[in-house]
Design a protein around this ligand. Structure first.
Ligand code: ADP
Ligand code: MG
Length: 226
């Protein structure tokens, strides 16, 4: 039996107003099942960021629907979308987006600030997440003194500490050299082996090739890579 769909896009479109309007996503269908590691690969301007924003519930489609864990999200309230986003989606960005004046441990701890989990347990989880990404020796460092690869590992720890249903990564190696990139992609592979569902968005065919399944995006349309 196949795993349940975490992400299910149904005839989803996103257009931006203009003359003529920009059809950034055009009747896109995509199912990502629990435990899959999927890449979405395409050139600049193909619709990757638009798609990531919709997958992350940061933007809404102009037509069609997006079911997250089977729940339609196209028309739910902003409050409900924020709740779903916080509870189910982890983000990793090209530019890391760490808090520069907080330690590594704090950066990860803060991700669970409003989780309702007691502080002692949040601390345990943060320590475990940082151990998972190989940064137990950097707990009290500021992000500014870390290497790019270490910073991205902190961002990954921060993203997975809430046990998201899916991790969305937007050009996660875009600011890293190729050796460091390999390290982050190795980490993704390990997290996938642990059961995490991942969607990695990239323009780089080498990064894309590390996924279990590749989907190409071109002019706002998706096609599976054989
Ligand atoms: P990618 O991330 O693959 O480079 P984007 O999703 O950013 O592509 O953009 C896809 C298309 O949508 C491009 O033609 C872009 O100019 C257009 N686009 C993206 N965001 C907006 C916006 N806010 N307003 C108007 N056009 C946009
Ligand atoms: Mg983009």
């Amino acid at each position: 039996m196949s795993e349940p769909a975490v992400i299910d896009l149904r005839g989803l479109s996103r257009s931006f107003p203009g003359t003529p309007p920009v059809e950034a996503l055009q009747r896109v269908d995509l199912v990502v099942r629990r435990g899959e590691y999927v890449s979405i690969v395409g050139p600049s301007g193909s619709g990757k960021s638009t798609l990531l924003h919709i997958l992350g519930l940061l933007d809404r489609p102009t037509a069609g629907d997006y079911l997250l864990d089977g729940v339609s999200t196209a028309t739910v309230s902003e409050n409900e979308r924020a709740h779903l986003r916080g509870g189910r989606i982890g983000f990793v960005f090209q530019a890391f987006h760490l808090l520069p004046h907080r330690t590594v441990l704090d950066n990860v701890l803060l991700a669970t600030l409003y989780s309702g989990v007691p502080r002692a347990e949040r601390r345990e989880r943060a320590l475990a997440a940082l151990d998972r990404v190989g940064l137990s020796h950097r707990l009290d460092f500021l992000p500014t003194v870390l290497s790019g690869g270490e910073r991205q590992r902190v961002a990954v720890a921060r993203a997975v500490i809430s046990q998201p249903h899916v991790l969305l990564a937007d050009e996660p190696t875009g600011n890293l050299d190729s050796v460091t990139s390999e390290g982050v992609l190795d980490l993704f592979e390990e997290l996938h082996a642990d059961g995490l569902t991942l969607v990695v968005i990239t323009h780089d065919p080498k990064v894309s090739a590390r996924a279990q399944r590749q989907v190409r995006i071109a002019d706002g349309r998706l096609s599976e890579v054989a």
